[in-house]
Design a protein around this ligand. Sequence first.
Ligand code: AKG
Ligand code: FE2
Length: 365
Amino acid sequence: MAAPKTLTALAEEKTLHANFIRDEDERPRVAYNQFSNEIPVISLAGGTNEEAKRREEVSKQIVKACEEWGIFQVVDHGIDPDLISNMTRLALEFFALPPDEKLRFDMSGGKKGGFIVSSHLQGEAVQDWREIVTYFSYPIRNRDYSRWPDKPPAWRAVTEEYSEKVMGLACKLLEHLSEALGLEKEALTEACIDMDQKVVVNYYPKCPQPDLTLGLKRHTDPGTITVLHQDQVGGLQATRDGGQTWITVKPIQGAFVVNLGDHTHLLSNGRFKSADHRAVVNSNCSRLSIATFQNPAPEAKVYPLKMRDGEKVVMEEAITFAEMYRRKMMRDLELARLKKLAKDQTTDADGKVKGEATPLEDILA
Ligand SMILES: O=C(O)CCC(=O)C(=O)O
Ligand SMILES: [Fe+2]
């Protein structure tokens, strides 16, 4: 069946549309509001200026979190809470617009920025239970305002300011990681050449059967670092054992969740993890999160910046970020294709299961 254009109508239905039903092994088992305190919460107060001792403490906490999880939360980060709440309020106003208004910015067919249901990536076998609106905000010379929604009218100015402040915060966080690698403060930022920024606002409407689906399937972010703001509902989950167990990240008013991406993982020669995460949904209320992705320029070289004594290099050859991204997407799509194939082969035309499904491992072997 064709993908729905918006989720507004589907959110009112009693049962979940088949496009969104995940295989058993992907479905959530930990509730959206069963919060864990395992993800470190780090105060940046006094840690980003020159007070050497305090800065060292903050660095240690960030480095430990990146070595263990690749994910942490920051408070006292210096971004004005009013700016964050304006951004959130205006985003909600956008998603509350009638479908036709949102679809004026439809980005299906590969347009760079705008509105879409589920994912802007093509070829996904199962859809994510979310709507998104995306802007490409940096480098400034590449901004295409025709792809930025013009409603609500105040949003563009607020988004511009939000983007700039989050870019500043991300660069400060990368300074700590560069130093921990034994490099100059600017090393990770410079490795990005001209840092790209993309803002993805995720809106997860309440869902009739949240146990059968995901708001956003399991993934790691491909880029350098992601600065995410989530509302107080809960739904972001992380795993560090390859998806066997999951924890729900506790929402903290005014905090940002920081996820390291694959780029930093590789530049640190695997020392820093890339956050393995997903989002679950619920039947009580909608949820909003704003993910700001800081990525290297497409032509930036991806290769470890420094290796520690005795360490083996995690990559065979240096590649560009564009190539790294392409390979990741191909891998994901191939996995989705094989999974779908395994499922189709064991299901007859009426959707009845014929026999034992072939385990994915066997197909891949
Ligand atoms: O909604 C969330 O909490 C997660 C969003 C996310 O991981 C993403 O947009 O890449
Ligand atoms: Fe993500």
